[in-house]
Every structure is written in structure tokens, then in C-alpha cells.
Design a protein around this ligand. Structure first.
Ligand SMILES: O=C(O)CCC(=O)C(=O)O
Length: 291
């Protein structure tokens, strides 16, 4: 995968928004002629690839999936998030059948994955317009760094601030691997299709995006965002977690706009104690004492 043109890379503010929300949405980014082919292609199925196949091997040159990930804005976002030459962890076509009668519970994909300084990205492509009654994917902004295990999250229902995706045809959403999400019940008469690809990075996720706006105050504003479902105190841990992630992404351990990380990682190593632990050793005279 060659480096996309700078104008297609994400900005620092977009990256910070991804780090805070755990997702990034690109409305109608796939052209209409591809969307028109997509449902037939997805219905037929995308050929399977072994876990961790290089992108170039997972999807044949010229195939629908390859053209999808090669669209300039999509390639730019993938590069910004996971870098060049990611591997395809797995991919799947998800169909919510018309009037199917059931919904998926909230879940995270895979197992508990608490990497504080790296992440996988899941691309979700919606070839059709998704209306509210088509059961667009439910997701919980800011849930991706919370430490819960896969389907155990299903015990939570209707969190304040959760979002149900409605979108125009050709929309792509990028999700952090940990985000809580689930397909909703499709109450419409139309089968709803979504194609998902999970990418693993093969390089350190370090300043891969367009960093021209790295010091824009909007970056800190994004990273400090609170979401309505957060508890008063535990919610602050999310800010801490995302500042740690941002520090890793920018390669600067001193970045800490609200001092949350500095405070709890403060373990100075300079020793000024003068008294020896050995009771027989001659102890130095304390300052101000007469010998
Ligand atoms: O169909 C959907 O909207 C989401 C499905 C999904 O992401 C999953 O099964 O993990």
C-alpha cells in the first residue's frame, strides 16, 4: 500500500476524535456505481482469506473489496489509523434480514483487548441507505477503552448517548476494535447489508496521519470529551486511557493537557534520603543539627 496523498490522510483533530469516540464516520464516501453493484457482490460472498493475510493477498487486484479499500479517502483513513501494509485479521458480510424479529446485544469483537498503545480498526461499509427501521448498527461512543470482555457487555441496555446508525448509501464507519456495538433489529421490508473488514497494523502507529494541526487546541478539546453515559468519577478514567493512547500515537509521553496521567504516573527516582538503613553505619548529620 503506497502512502496516500496528504490531502486524503486524516487530520490530528479527526484522529483525536477517533481516539475519544472510538469511531470515525465518512458519509457517502463510496461512489454510487459501486454501491449499485455491492448488494449482489455481498450476497454472493467475498472469498475468505486466512487470518492475518496481507491486504494485497486477502483481496485480489480488481476485486470489489480491493477497489473499496483503494478509494482515496478510505485508503487515506486506513493509512492514518493503522499505517501501510496492514493485514486483514478477518472480514465478513453481515446481513440483517427484513423483519427478522431479533437484535444483537452490545458486544466488543474478539476477546478483552486492553492494548493501551495500539489498536485494530474495523471498517464497516453500508452500500444501502440505512434508515432507522433497518436496524443500523448501535454503538456506544467512548466505550472502546473500557475493560469488558466481548459479549459480557450485552447486559447493558440503552446507554445514554448511544447511537443508532442511519446513513446515506456508501457510508463507511471506522471503529476501534474495542467499541461496544451490535446490529439492531431490522423492522423494514429490506435486507440490510454491511461489509466489515478488521485490519491489524504491521507498523508502530506513530504519527501516520497529516500532523499539520498537531498543536491545534481542538485536539485537546476532542481528547477531553465526556459522554453522557460516563459515571462522574470512572468516566475520568476514559480521559486518562485516551491520553495514554494519544501519547503513544504522537510519541510524546509529556502530552497531558489535564494532568490526569502525569499525576498518577509520577514516580520520581531522584533520592535525597541521607540516613542509611544500616543502624551501625555512621549517619550523616542532618542539616541544622549540631554534631
Ligand atoms: O450488523 C451490524 O450492524 C453489526 C454486526 C456486527 O458488527 C457484528 O456482528 O459484530
Amino acid at each position: 500500500m503506497s502512502r496516500p496523498h496528504r490531502k486524503h490522510l486524516l487530520t490530528s483533530v479527526q484522529m483525536a476524535r477517533f481516539v475519544a469516540h472510538g469511531s470515525l464516520r465518512m458519509d457517502a464516501v463510496v461512489p454510487a456505481e459501486m454501491n449499485a453493484q455491492a448488494v449482489d457482490v455481498l450476497r454472493e460472498g467475498i472469498p475468505a482469506a486466512p487470518y492475518g493475510a496481507p491486504l494485497a493477498e486477502a483481496f485480489e487486484e480488481g476485486s470489489f473489496a480491493r477497489r473499496l479499500v483503494g478509494l482515496p479517502e478510505i485508503a487515506g483513513a486506513i493509512y492514518s489509523l493503522v499505517g501501510p501494509d496492514p493485514t486483514v485479521d478477518h472480514h465478513a458480510v453481515h446481513i440483517r434480514r427484513a423483519r427478522e424479529g431479533t437484535a444483537q446485544n452490545l458486544h466488543g469483537d474478539a476477546i478483552i483487548d486492553v492494548r493501551p498503545d495500539a489498536f485494530d480498526v474495523q471498517l464497516m461499509y453500508y452500500p444501502q441507505e440505512v434508515t432507522l427501521d433497518m436496524g443500523g448498527t448501535l454503538s456506544v461512543p467512548g466505550s472502546h477503552l473500557r475493560r469488558t470482555n466481548e459479549s459480557d457487555t450485552g447486559r447493558y441496555q440503552n446507554l445514554r448517548g448511544q447511537s443508532r446508525l442511519t446513513c446515506p448509501a456508501g457510508t463507511v464507519v471506522f471503529l476501534h476494535h474495542g467499541i461496544w456495538h451490535g446490529g439492531r433489529r431490522n423492522d423494514s421490508d429490506v435486507d440490510r447489508y454491511m461489509f466489515k473488514i478488521r485490519f491489524n497494523p504491521t507498523v508502530r502507529q506513530l504519527r501516520l496521519w497529516n500532523t499539520d494541526d498537531l498543536y491545534d487546541p481542538a485536539v485537546a478539546a476532542e481528547l477531553g470529551r465526556l459522554f453522557p453515559w460516563y459515571e462522574h468519577a470512572t468516566g475520568r478514567l476514559e480521559i486518562y486511557n485516551r491520553v495514554k493512547l494519544w501519547q503513544a500515537l504522537v510519541g510524546d509521553d509529556s502530552y497531558d493537557p489535564d494532568y490526569w496521567v502525569t499525576r498518577v504516573t509520577n514516580r520520581p527516582t531522584r533520592v535525597v534520603a541521607q540516613r542509611s538503613l544500616n543502624p551501625h553505619a555512621r549517619q550523616p548529620t542532618a542539616v541544622g543539627e549540631t554534631a
